[in-house]
Design a protein around this ligand. Structure first.
Ligand code: NAP
Length: 397
């Protein structure tokens, strides 16, 4: 099916280039109701756009809404302290630094600290022990691991003096306060910007002149300016567009999504399909190509570009017939699992497990052991060989 997909996709793309069916301006217009369109035009002057997302109106906030001068002006009197130089801390801090904001890092000594020095952070100047950074920061960005945030809270709490801003990239610590005991003082702003991707992507997209999509939320607005400062900070860390949420909705959807389609479910589906192919006598190469390689290299990028229907419509009619017949049984089989998962997130079971497991002293080793199990499984060992055979990788390690 793959060659058919490519040739049809190329033909369709060529037609689209020769005579675009939908031009960018009309894509926007098609997505915005007449009334909403008026508000787009009106609100563009204010910098915000209200768009229609499949029947529901939402306001979005874009990079163009916070030009560099506005960003720098918003934080001209601030020291932004990023706690943790893990994936998110690193990506967000480097983007803020490149944007010209006054940013310092709080990181314990060790491998990550050494990496920060290699990337230009200077001990005593803009790289400090974590607690020192909390003290110096007027905006404290808590990007420590979720499990360590709980342990560290009693130490940092006295340093969160009135007028400061406490920032998170996850609603975890605040929403599950019964488990974390993290209850911020009332006289500070408490805000969130949650990039919808890894810190590595936050950085890479920014360097490419692109942006990660993020959600944002205000939990406490002591200053009266929390929302505009959150939007500015979200753009400062490299967001492309942002949508508003609450701490609770952010953490529910995030824990749900990563356990579901983004990570847990996708590994489960890949593994199950691969096993059935192997049990029926298909070679590893065939089982892997038919399960993972075609998905990631051909079909999923098409979904990303123009949606599921467009991917379907660029496959053979045989493939379309089968996919249209079978997506519903897969939906019906998996929906109860998703419902069970959402409940497990909502009732705090997922957080309890995560806090318990990830606060043990050997948590990294334990995680690595389980990751190694996946890495050593036949499907992903096969994947390594298949990836080496991609023409662009031949001759590389
Ligand atoms: N990763 C994502 O995709 C993503 C996306 C959106 C939001 N978030 C949120 O962003 C926040 C940070 O996530 P992350 O993935 O960047 O971080 P992470 O890997 O979970 O945590 C990394 C940071 O925490 C520090 N840390 C962990 N245990 C410590 C301890 N016992 N003592 C001192 N420091 C300790 C690490 O220092 P060492 O390196 O020295 O251990 C490192 O600086 C979390 O709230 C997360 O939920 C993450």
């Amino acid at each position: 099916m793959a060659s058919r997909v490519f040739s049809t996709a190329i033909r369709t793309a060529a037609r689209a280039i020769a005579r675009p069916a939908i031009r960018p301006a009309s894509i926007l217009a098609a997505n915005v109701k007449t009334t909403a369109f008026k508000s787009v035009v009106a609100s563009q002057a204010r910098g915000f756009k209200t768009l229609n997302f499949g029947g529901s109106e939402e306001t979005v906030y874009e990079r163009s809404d916070v030009p560099k001068e506005k960003l720098l002006d918003t934080f001209k009197n601030d020291t932004i302290a990023v706690l943790g130089y893990g994936p998110q801390g690193r990506g967000q801090a480097l983007n803020l630094r490149d944007n010209g904001v006054n940013v310092i890092i709080g990181q314990r000594e060790g491998k990550t600290y050494d990496q920060a020095i290699e990337e230009g952070w200077v001990p005593g100047k803009n790289l400090f022990p974590v607690l020192d950074a909390v003290e110096k920061g007027t905006v404290v960005m808590n990007l420590l691991s979720d499990a360590f945030q709980k342990e560290f809270w009693p130490k940092m709490l006295p340093l969160l003096t009135p007028g400061k801003t406490l920032y998170f990239s996850h609603g975890f610590s605040v929403v599950y306060k019964d488990q974390t005991e993290i209850v911020p003082p009332k006289d500070i702003d408490v805000i969130l910007v949650a990039p919808k991707g890894s810190g590595f992507t936050v950085r890479r997209l920014f360097q490419e002149g692109r942006g990660i999509n993020s959600s944002f939320a205000v939990h406490q607005d002591a200053s009266g300016h929390a929302k505009e400062r959150t939007i500015a900070l979200g753009i400062g860390i490299g967001s492309g567009y942002m949508y508003e949420t609450t701490f609770e909705k952010e953490v529910y959807s995030d824990l749900f999504g990563e356990r579901g389609v983004l990570m847990g479910a996708i590994q489960g589906l890949f593994q199950a399909q691969y096993e059935v192919l192997r049990a029926n006598g298909h070679s590893p190469s065939e089982a892997f190509n038919e399960t993972v390689e075609e998905a990631t290299q051909s079909l999923y990028p098409l979904i990303g570009e123009r949606g599921m229907d467009w991917m379907y419509s660029n496959c053979s009619t045989t493939a379309q017939r089968g996919a249209l017949d079978w997506w519903k049984p897969f939906h019906d089989a998996s929906k109860p699992v998703f419902e069970q998962l959402y409940e497990s997130v909502k009732n705090g079971s997922e957080t309890a497990r995560s806090l318990d497991r990830n606060s043990q002293p050997d948590y990294r080793e334990k995680l690595e052991e389980e990751l190694k199990e996946i890495a050593d499984s036949e499907i992903w060992v096969t994947g390594k060989t298949v990836r080496q055979l991609r023409p662009e990788n031949v001759g590389k390690n």
